[in-house]
Design a protein. Structure first.
Ligand code: FRU
Length: 441
C-alpha cells in the first residue's frame, strides 16, 4: 500500500487543491483535486487520504468522480462538514459546453458552466456517486450576481443561524465572494457579495473564519501577481470584519502572501483535534517527477506541511503544526536521508549577511529579509521565479526551522512570522554555513 509521510502526493499522476479537509470521527480526512490518468490537469476527481496525526497519510483511492449530467466534466474543489454524524462534501460541478475534439479532458475554448453540488457519506469511507449526490445551487443565470463559468469552490460552515456558503467568483473582471445562507445546508438563498480589485480578476478557494476578536479571510486571487512570471495566481490573506447576520464582509488591511515562495496555492483550513486552525496548501510543480521509491510512477503536485494560523499581537503567524515538527525524532549528520526520500529538519539562526547552503539551495539574511535561492536546484521552464524574499523581519533575530523533502524546501522564519516554500528538482547532501541542528523521521 502506498503511504506518504508529511507531504501528501497523488498515488500516481496529478494532484492540485486540497479539498474536504476535516477532522471527522477520530481521523483527519484530506481529499484533493486529482486526475488519475496522467500527471497533468484534466477531468477532476477527488482523491482521498486519511491520517491519525496529519503526518502519516494512507491513500484510500478515488472518493468522488463525475456521474451526473451537471458534473460530467469535473468534480472541482470544495469543503467538508459533519452533519448528524454524516460527512457532507460540497463541491463545484463542471459541465463543458463542448469537449476538445482531441482531448475530452479539456473544454473546447475553455468554455464550461459550473453549479454547486453535495455528496453525503454516512461514514467518510463510502461515497455513492450515483445515489448520494445532489445539485444544491444551479448554474448562475443572473450576470449581476456572478459568472456562470467562474463561480466555484464552496466553503460551507454551520453557525447558530444555520449554514453559510462562500463562493469565489468574478464580474466585469473583478474578483468577488458570494455568500449564501441555508437552514438545512440543502436549500440555499443568496445573501450578499463582496468585490474588490484585491481579489484579483477571479477569486478561487475563499475561506473565512474567526481569529482573535476579528476574522481572517483567505483566498486565491487569480492574476494577483501580473508581472509575466510564473505563477500569476497566489494564495493570500487579510484581516477582516464579517457580520454573519447580513453576510457583510470588509477587509481590514491589504491582502498579503500566505507563503513568500509563491509556489503554494489554494490552501484550505480545518480545525485540528485540539481545536486549532490548521491549513494545508497545494505546492505547484513545474512538471512530473518519477523518482518515488514505492513505484507510484510519475506524479505531479504535492501538499505543504500542515501549518497553524495564529494571532500573535498584531501579527498573523503560520507556524508548522507541532505534530509535523515532533515527527523529527532521529538526529542526522547531514542531508543524506533525502536520497532515501526521508525528509530532514534543519534548525539554525542567521545573522545579517550570513548564508546557508542546503544541498544546492541557498538561504540568506540580506537587508533584514530572508532570501531563498533555488537557481541551482530547479529545472523548470524559463519564466519561473528562482529567488524569493520575505518582508524585513524587524527586531527580534532570525531563527530558521527548515523542512527539506527531495522536492520541497519549507522555511519557517521566527516560528512562522513568515514562511517561504520553494519546490525544487532535488537536493544534494552537502551542507555549508552556520551551525545547524539536523534531524530526520
Ligand atoms: C484552484 C482551482 C479551483 C478549481 C480547481 C480545479 O487551483 O482552479 O478554483 O475548483 O482548481 O481543479
Amino acid at each position: 500500500m502506498i503511504r506518504d509521510d508529511l507531504h501528501l502526493r497523488a498515488p500516481g499522476n496529478w494532484l492540485n487543491d486540497p479539498n474536504g479537509f476535516i477532522y471527522y470521527k477520530g481521523e483527519y480526512h484530506l481529499f484533493y483535486q486529482h486526475f488519475p490518468y496522467a500527471p497533468r490537469w484534466g477531468t477532476m476527481h477527488w482523491g482521498h487520504a486519511v491520517s491519525p496525526d496529519l503526518v502519516h497519510w494512507k491513500h484510500l483511492g478515488v472518493a468522488l468522480f463525475p456521474t451526473k449530467d451537471y458534473d460530467q466534466n469535473g468534480v472541482f474543489s470544495g469543503t467538508a462538514l459533519e452533519a448528524d454524524g454524516a460527512l457532507r462534501l460540497y463541491y463545484s460541478a463542471v459541465r463543458y459546453l463542448q469537449t476538445d475534439g482531441e482531448d475530452i479532458h479539456l473544454a473546447a475554448g475553455d468554455r464550461f458552466e459550473t453549479s454547486q453540488a453535495l455528496v453525503t457519506s454516512p461514514d467518510g469511507r463510502h461515497f455513492d456517486n450515483w445515489g448520494d449526490k445532489r445539485q444544491v445551487l444551479p448554474v448562475l443565470t443572473d450576470p449581476a450576481l456572478g459568472d456562470r463559468k467562474d463561480t466555484r469552490d464552496p466553503r460551507v460552515w454551520r453557525d447558530g443561524r444555520g449554514y453559510c456558503m462562500l463562493l469565489g467568483s468574478t464580474r466585469d473582471g473583478t474578483g468577488r465572494v458570494l455568500f449564501y445562507r441555508s437552514g438545512d445546508g440543502l436549500r440555499w438563498t443568496y445573501a450578499n457579495q463582496f468585490a474588490s480589485p484585491a481579489l484579483g480578476r477571479i477569486l478561487e478557494c475563499p475561506d473565512l473564519f474567526p481569529l482573535g476578536e476579528g476574522w481572517l479571510f483567505l483566498g486565491s486571487p487569480m492574476w494577483s501577481t501580473d508581472d509575466g512570471l510564473t505563477y500569476p495566481h497566489q494564495a493570500m490573506y487579510a484581516r477582516a470584519d464579517f457580520d454573519p447576520e447580513t453576510c457583510r464582509l470588509s477587509l481590514n488591511g491589504p491582502m498579503t502572501f500566505l507563503d513568500w515562495g509563491l509556489d503554494l496555492y489554494a490552501p484550505q483550513t480545518a480545525l485540528d483535534r485540539e481545536g486549532r486552525r490548521v491549513f494545508i496548501g497545494w505546492m505547484r510543480m513545474p512538471g512530473p517527477v518519477d523518482d518515488a521509491p514505492d513505484g507510484r510512477g510519475p506524479w505531479n503536485g504535492m501538499m505543504s506541511l500542515p501549518r497553524l494560523v495564529e494571532r500573535r499581537g498584531d501579527r498573523v503567524c503560520f507556524p508548522v503544526h507541532p505534530n509535523a515538527a515532533a515527527a523529527f525524532r532521529r538526529p542526522a549528520a547531514d542531508l543524506s536521508p533525502l536520497a532515501e526520500y526521508r525528509p530532514v529538519r534543519v534548525r539554525t539562526a542567521l545573522r545579517e549577511g550570513e548564508a546557508l547552503d542546503l544541498g544546492g539551495y541557498r538561504v540568506s539574511l540580506e537587508g533584514g529579509r530572508i532570501i531563498g535561492d533555488r537557481s541551482r536546484v530547479f529545472d523548470g521552464p524559463a519564466g519561473h521565479r528562482l529567488t524569493a524574499a520575505t518582508p524585513a523581519l524587524g527586531e527580534g533575530g532570525c531563527d530558521l526551522d527548515i523542512f527539506l523533502d527531495p522536492h520541497l524546501v519549507e522555511i519557517f522564519v521566527n516560528g512562522g512570522q513568515y514562511v517561504l516554500s520553494h519546490v525544487v528538482h532535488g537536493l544534494g547532501a552537502g551542507l555549508a554555513g552556520p551551525r545547524c541542528d539536523l534531524s530526520t523521521l
